[in-house]
Design a protein around this ligand. Sequence first.
Ligand code: VGL
Ligand code: ZN
Length: 197
Amino acid sequence: MHALLVIDVQNDFCPGGALAVTGGDEIVAGINVLMAQFDAVVLTQDWHPAGHSSFASVHDGKSPYDMIDMPYGPQVLWPDHCIQGSDGAAFHPLLETDRADMIIRKGYNPAIDSYSAFFENDHKTPTGLDGYLRSRGITEVTLVGLALDFCVNYSAVDAAQLGLKVNVRRDLARAIDLNGSLDEATKAMIGAGVRLK
Ligand code: VGL
Ligand code: ZN
């Protein structure tokens, strides 16, 4: 069983959004076509409460894209984005969400960011996706979506470490590319045994 994981194809990560990824909207049509080819389709949705600890706006004297040390490790500070219930947190209007079997939300814990679809950034607190995939007999996943160097990367590496066979379709993903983050992510994925396509 092979699942398609569609990572964070939300308005805030598309042009015009709060944390826009260049070309983020260009991948939507291709993802819709791909959905029909899988045994299961899972969408993830970045879903932060207002005042989330990953937002630069809640840290005195900090700007978006600064780094801080959190109890669980270094954390990039982001513009306010994907606030629960906002238009920015909604899926891109052309994404065919009706085809999804499962929608998993992440980043709802105010104190911990969650790039990965599997674990929060403490690398310990599970989202439940591993159990869902296992109980459906899924052994292989293909990832697409936003952003390639953050949530796609972390999700792909965790999936590989959990023993799944993992593919990333880079043609259906776009990167933020912050201070070499795309190169670093590419190395991390290759190191984890992710197959980059
Ligand atoms: C993401 C930064 C902050 C992502 C989410 O979806 O890659 N990046 N929150
Ligand atoms: Zn986020």
